[in-house]
Design a protein around this ligand. Structure first.
Ligand SMILES: C[S@@+](CC[C@H](N)C(=O)[O-])C[C@H]1O[C@@H](n2cnc3c(N)ncnc32)[C@H](O)[C@@H]1O
Length: 228
């Protein structure tokens, strides 16, 4: 079955589904971090989500104008925020039977609806904390695969990526944003194992036309390159 991992440049979830035999593609405005050009569609994720060819989409819409952690800048970002909300909702309403939209704790919980599930990397074998909301359509909640314990008693502190006061250890920088946005392997594995299970496995018939779609649409170059 055909799986779209939208707004993914790391390829982490795409690879996890591919290993299980699914015809999975990542899609992002940017090229794939590992240089893969055969299972990555470099294009606007909305164009791709509405192609009516997908059985499952897992999407990570950009969260910088939606995440509650950035609330102090919201007043200066009205138009950017409206655009981010529209993008998020257009993904959520795409014509695909099974959809998971992933985002940090964000204003979408009050603007749209509460997430179906909030997960943490430490529930999937990574000794780190990062609250991640999942809005699900046609999919069951993810079952935790390997629940770890924090150092000390407080489940909100004592993880490898936290200072003793519970803040993130890495200071703000573009690299940090990218590093923090990357999906944890344990979560990707759980998605492929648990949600991939529900999908019929067909011999992947890699669709070069999907890959070419992005290139023909002018997305062959890096988005940041084109916008500088
Ligand atoms: C929060 S990050 C998600 C990263 C993801 N978890 C991963 O492991 O690669 C959001 C991603 O959305 C991409 N993006 C932003 N606007 C997009 C669009 N219109 N279509 C496709 N991707 C987009 C960005 O380039 C960025 O890689």
């Amino acid at each position: 079955m055909r799986v779209l991992i939208n707004c993914e440049r790391s390829g982490v979830i795409c690879r996890a589904f591919r290993v299980k035999g699914h015809e999975a593609y990542s899609c992002d405005l940017e090229p794939r971090e590992d240089g893969d050009r055969n299972t990555h569609i470099q294009a606007n994720g909305l164009d791709i989500a509405y192609l009516r060819t997908w059985d499952l989409m897992i999407a990570h819409p950009p969260c910088q104008h939606l995440a509650v952690s950035g609330a102090r800048w919201f007043k200066d970002k009205f138009f950017e925020q409206q655009r981010a909300i529209r993008f998020f909702m257009a993904l959520a309403e795409a014509p695909i039977p099974k959809i998971c939209i992933e985002n940090p704790v964000s204003i979408m919980s009050s603007i749209w609806r509460k997430p179906d599930q909030i997960i943490q990397p430490w529930q999937f074998g990574h000794p780190e904390a990062k609250k991640t909301c999942l809005w699900l359509k046609g999919l069951p909640k993810l079952v935790h695969t390997n629940v770890l314990k924090p150092r000390g008693d407080n489940p909100n502190r004592g993880w490898d990526n936290q200072t003793p006061s519970g803040q993130n250890k890495i200071g703000p920088s573009p690299e940090r944003a990218q590093q923090r946005a990357k999906t944890y392997e344990g979560i990707a594995q759980a998605m492929a194992d648990q949600w991939g299970e529900e999908l019929e496995i067909n011999e992947p018939e890699d669709r070069q036309d999907l890959i070419d779609f992005g290139r023909s649409d002018g997305y062959g170059e890096s988005y940041s390159e084109r916008n500088t």
